[in-house]
Every structure is written in C-alpha cells, then in structure tokens.
Write a protein that binds this ligand. Structure first.
Ligand SMILES: [Zn+2]
Length: 387
C-alpha cells in the first residue's frame, strides 16, 4: 500500500493544544505514524504549513438551501440535487464529517459512501420530530395536514405522548436515521415559543430511551429557552442545539448530565436580519455560562442560515464567545467527534485515526484566518480538495 508522507510541516495536537513540527504518514484511509524523520513513497511538502484534523459540523442542513426558499413549488429532486454543490463546498472548507439536523435522507449518505458524489460523511436525522404544533409540524390552517416532503424516506415527525414518542423514533430509525432530532421550543426565525417547553419530561425520556434501545442512538434537542434545555439534559438527551437563553440552572443540569451544547452561533452572531440584538447578546452570555460551568461544546453552524461557504466562521464565533482559539478548534475536531461518539476513529492526528486532514498555509491557530489558508483537504486518506 502506498505510504504518503506529509513532510516537514507542523501539526495541531488537539490533546495538548500545541503546534509542533513533525512528519505524518498515511496508508490507505488511516494515519499510521506521527513523528520526526519518517519516510514514504509519495511526499506532500508541508513546510511552512499546518496540518489540522478534518473539521466536523455537528449541526447543518445540506439539503435545505433551495428547499427552504420555496417549500412547495419545486420538484422533489431539488432537495438531494441541491445538496451536491453544498457537499463539495463543505469538503473544500475541510469539513469531512457532518451531522445533518434534518433535510438529508439516507440516500444522500449512501451517495457519498459510494462515491457517486463528493462530500463529507453525512450522519442523518431525516426530520425534526415534535409534538403537535411544534416547528416540525407542517400542518396549515388553510389546508390542514401538509405532506411536506411527500417522500416515504422522510417519515411523519409529529407525535404526542410517550407511546407515540417511541413510535416516531422507530419510524425514523426504519428510514435510516443515525440521530433523532427533536424540537423542544419554537423557532427564533418565527419569533414564537422560544421559551416554551413543548414536550413533557415523560415524552422526552421516552424518545431518549427508545433511541438508546435502537443501536445506542443519541437525541439532539432544538432548544432556545433555558427550561427546555434543562428538561432535555435531565432526560438524558445527548446534545442541546442553539441554547440561546441558557441560564445558570440549565447549564448546571447540562454539566451534571454531560449534555453537549452545539450553540450554532452563526445564527445569532451573523444574521442580524433574522435575530433580534437582545437574542444575540443572550446567546453570547449563554455560551460563556456553559463554558464556565464545564458543559462540553461542539461546533455546528445551522447553515443554510448563513451560506454554506461561511461554515468555518462558526469556529471563530466559538473562539470569540469564550472558547479561545484552541478550544474552538477542539470543538470543531476532537470534541465534535466525542459528541458523535466517533473519537476513536477521527478528530485527531494520531496513529490509527482516519486520515481526515486539512493542510493550512502558515502555522497560526486563529480560526478567523482558516477560510483563506486551505491548501489541501484529505478525506479518508484521499485528496479531495486543493492542489
Ligand atoms: Zn438547524
């Protein structure tokens, strides 16, 4: 097997947070050695450059760019086909794994796996499950029930009560979901119900228990308000998404339960037309509270709230919100891998890990500079972008 030597560069060590000069050798889809004075059959000159692990976006929507602009006027094929350039864009930014927070189906995941299209590995949640009237419920006062997707690969997401909670998890898993996404509050964009708690503790507990039974799947919970986030943490949800209005009690419950926060700061910090200034400030405060309480944090953009090409700006937002450069880079690599329970496979440049690598010109760690410094991207040992 060909040994590819990444020679004479520097590496960002996610464990120590340090940058050090070293070689890296890749064979097949794995990193096999990290150290000085290594050799290989093919050489990538990394002098003056920095290798970092491939980035992981834990909350994106790769198939919604066009679908959300015109929910009902476009053909069904628009959703998967519009994801094709999005996935290529993300890969070009060094994003090698994504958790799709609804919109992508299992066929899109398969298309990447099979190499029909280029993209990050996709973990899918299909749709956002919710109780009646929640933001995943597309019922219309004018026409009643609306079949939003018209597609059996995207099952009905509405449920009420613990029994139906189990059924909705089973429907999603049957259609190929890797994660269960649930909405526990209203949406910022609709400015409605952001402080509500739209599930009972019993409903949330049933979702979590059923998802766990189904191959140890995790539940990701859309929650802007503190009480919904606190309830999700107490019920054993894996992650809280957004967390715009987290307070001391909520971050305390999350820290105690080990619940992850995926703040998606891109929503509040770069889309002033969609989010009131009060919410933007509350969101920064919430992240600071979470950091201080020891809540684990992972990177997620919630794009296409912002264009997918701006995805790496989320890492800079995390840095500015209190994680610092190293903390923000960890949130986008090893910590994101931990949230996804993939830390033994990726998220770090170490022997045995998957060769998901981003080569940056220069050796600085300021996340605000990432976008302009990408020289090359490797996914599973294969060069997929740059040079
Ligand atoms: Zn989202």
């Amino acid at each position: 097997m060909t040994r590819t030597l990444f020679a004479s560069g520097s590496v960002f060590d996610v464990v120590s947070g340090e940058v050090w000069g070293t070689d890296v050798v890749v064979e097949g889809n794995r990193i096999v050695a990290v150290g000085r004075g290594l050799d290989g059959d093919e050489v990538v000159d990394c002098s003056g450059s920095l290798l970092v692990p491939g980035f992981i976006d834990c909350h994106t929507h790769v198939g919604l760019t066009e679908t959300m602009k015109d929910s009902f006027g476009l053909a069904r094929s628009v959703r998967p086909l519009s994801a094709v350039p999005v996935l290529r864009t993300l890969l070009g930014l060094g994003i090698t794994t994504v958790r799709d927070a609804w919109g992508a189906d299992a066929g899109m995941r398969l298309a990447v796996e099979r190499g029909w299209i280029e993209g990050p590995e996709i973990l899918v949640s299909l749709r956002q499950v919710c109780t009646t009237g929640g933001i995943g419920d597309h019922w219309s006062p004018r026409v009643g029930d609306v079949d939003f997707f018209g597609d059996p690969a995207m099952p009905e997401p509405v449920f009420d009560g613990p029994v139906e909670a189990r059924a909705v998890v089973r429907r999603m898993v049957r259609a190929g979901a890797d994660w269960i996404k649930v909405t526990a509050t209203g949406s910022m964009k609709l400015a409605r119900g952001v402080h509500d708690v739209q599930l009972t503790p019993g409903e949330m507990a049933a979702l979590v228990d059923e998802a766990t039974r189904q191959g140890g799947r995790g539940v990701m919970v859309h929650a802007h308000g503190a009480r919904a986030a606190e309830m999700a943490a107490r019920a054993g949800a894996r992650s809280v998404e957004h967390g715009t209005y987290l307070d001391e009690a909520a971050v305390g419950a999350m820290a105690e339960a080990g619940t992850w926060l995926v703040p998606t700061l891109s929503v509040s910090q770069s889309a002033p037309d969609q989010v009131p200034a009060e919410a933007a400030e509350a969101h920064r405060r919430a992240v600071k509270l979470a950091v201080d309480a020891g809540v684990p944090i992972a990177m997620g953009t919630d794009n296409p709230v912002r264009p997918h090409g701006e995805a790496l700006r989320e890492i800079a937002h995390l840095s500015a919100a209190g994680l610092g450069h190293v903390g923000a880079l960890r949130a986008a690599t090893i910590d994101a891998a931990r949230l996804l329970r993939l830390q033994d496979d990726r998220g770090e440049i170490a022997a045995g890990k998957r060769a998901d690598l981003v080569l940056l010109s220069g050796v600085g760690l300021d996340p605000a500079t990432l976008e302009s410094r990408i020289r090359g991207v490797w996914r599973g040992g294969r060069r997929v972008a740059g040079g």
